[in-house]
Design a protein around this ligand. Structure first.
Ligand code: NI
Length: 172
């Protein structure tokens, strides 16, 4: 089921989301949430979605990467479910780039982020996993993990010049 995506101003987007226990992952509610998020993300055309964006304040994200007509240089990374993701390590090297968000398609925001990160998370089967990533997909992961802490790209803008109004959707 496609769920409505919570929009800027909705307080759930500003909350710190709850950590999930491995036992939670086999519950009908969480399985339904993941299926709904996959459907919602796929319909939106975005590359990432965090559970709070569909109204569930739990630490679960979907993240992937694929080239689009406007961004042909994006790598292809199949969309994955990450539970309780957290950044173990981040490079000192930082880059700025423009990011969209499905919760406010009307703005693009230029955000400084580490180029490379290592992230620990739970898989849906409850096992621990780790991933080391760089570039665009590392940016997607950091954007979605921020959502779990109630942090939006708008909060990370260093100056008004880093916020641009747009008409076209390009959400993560
Ligand atoms: Ni977002």
């Amino acid at each position: 089921m496609i769920r409505p995506i919570r929009q800027l101003g909705d307080l759930i987007l500003k909350m710190r989301a709850r950590t999930l226990a491995p036992d939670d992952l086999s519950s009908d509610a969480i399985r339904a949430l993941v299926a709904d998020m996959q459907e919602t993300l796929s319909e939106s055309g975005g590359v990432g979605l965090a559970a709070p964006q569909v109204g569930e304040s739990v630490r679960l994200i979907l993240a992937g990467s694929f080239p689009s007509p406007r961004c042909t240089d994006r790598p292809l990374v199949p969309t994955e479910v990450l539970v309780n993701p957290h950044v173990l390590w981040a490079s000192e090297e930082v880059t700025a780039d423009w990011e969209g968000c499905l919760s406010f398609l009307q703005y693009r925001v230029r955000v400084n982020r580490p180029v490379s990160i290592r992230v620990a998370y739970l898989r849906m089967d409850g096992t621990d996993s780790e991933v080391a990533v760089s570039g665009f997909y590392a940016r997607v992961l950091q954007h979605e993990i921020d959502h779990l802490d109630g942090i939006l790209t708008l909060d990370r803008a260093a100056s008004p010049e880093d916020i641009e109004e747009v008409g076209k959707p390009s959400g993560t």
